[in-house]
Design a protein around this ligand. Structure first.
Ligand code: PMP
Length: 278
């Protein structure tokens, strides 16, 4: 791990966050995750580009140049000794007595390298449709992930692998992945506007589609048209490209998403217990 300029063992006493770090107090920070294959971070330049956008979005100066970030990440990977790994790193607004307005302090940088063990392949995912209740700036890779955490936990409780988030009748993305629909030879995915995180894997897949001459339309796919899809798949840094073979709506003891309208779902019970509802 790396904590503000010092490499430490991830589980050691040195790898701690101060009580008044603003990430800890407010979720006031942004993050990135990169996959390391064969000792090399994959698509790191694109991750650094997105980090710069996220930092600018929340008014935080980028504490490092791309060359410095690359060197830090490469050093962290080398010190971990792991060839297959993930690197999680975040920048918060720093440590200061709790007050909402921005303090005049240095941002805090922490990083953790974890060895990666791939899930048993091949597999396909089950999704649970849920209302997208995130803020309207999902394009910022903010460390505020409470709606994503609750959606993913509810998916788990319903026996699904991932939540499929729906805003105003249109599918936005997964709780931690982007979604693609294949329909009559055309690849559809939500436009990279404020309502989704512009995934690095999404960008890579769009590039592959372009190279292969597969037509792409970046438009939101309506939930009501989901049954018409020929194929559905997810993309993400750790998800990679994952086929979807089952999509659960609110069925059986869950009211349908259409019936819910703007109402908050209440008292919903999934296979593995009650869903968390607000
Ligand atoms: N959407 C959300 C909400 C995510 O958290 C992620 C990352 N886990 C993605 C999409 C996929 O982005 P990437 O391909 O950059 O990992």
């Amino acid at each position: 791990a790396y904590v503000n300029g010092v490499f430490v063992a991830a589980d050691a006493d040195g790898a701690v966050v101060p009580l008044e770090d603003r990430g800890h107090l407010f979720g006031d920070g942004v993050y990135e995750v990169v996959r390391v294959y064969g000792g090399r971070p994959f698509l790191l330049a694109w991750h650094l580009e997105r980090l710069a956008h996220s930092l600018a979005a929340i008014g935080l100066a980028n504490p490092h140049s791309d060359a410095e970030w690359t060197s830090l990440i490469e050093q962290a990977v080398a010190q971990s000794g792991a060839a297959e790994a993930t690197v999680y790193w975040q920048v918060t607004r720093g440590t200061a007595p709790r007050a909402h307005t921005f303090p005049d302090v240095q941002p805090a940088v922490t990083m953790v390298v974890r060895p990666w063990t791939a899930p048993p392949a091949p597999r396909a995912a089950t999704l649970l449709c849920l209302p997208d209740e995130r803020w309207a700036n999902a394009w910022v890779k903010s460390i505020n992930l409470l709606p994503n955490v609750i959606a993913k936990e509810n998916a788990r409780r319903a026996g699904a692998d991932e939540a499929l988030l729906v805003r105003s009748g249109a599918i936005t993305e997964g709780a931690a992945s982007n979604l693609f629909v294949v329909h009559q030879g055309v690849l559809y995915t939500h436009p990279a506007n404020r309502y989704i995180l512009a995934g690095i894997t999404r960008r890579f897949v769009l590039g592959l589609a372009h190279d292969l001459g597969i037509p792409v339309r970046e438009v939101a796919w309506p939930l009501a048209e989901l049954a018409a899809a020929d194929e559905v798949f997810l993309t993400g840094t750790t998800t990679e490209v994952l086929a979807v073979d089952r999509i659960l709506a609110y069925e059986a003891d869950l009211p349908s998403l259409h019936q819910l309208g703007e109402e908050r779902p209440r008292g919903l019970v999934g296979r593995d217990g009650p869903l968390v509802t607000l």
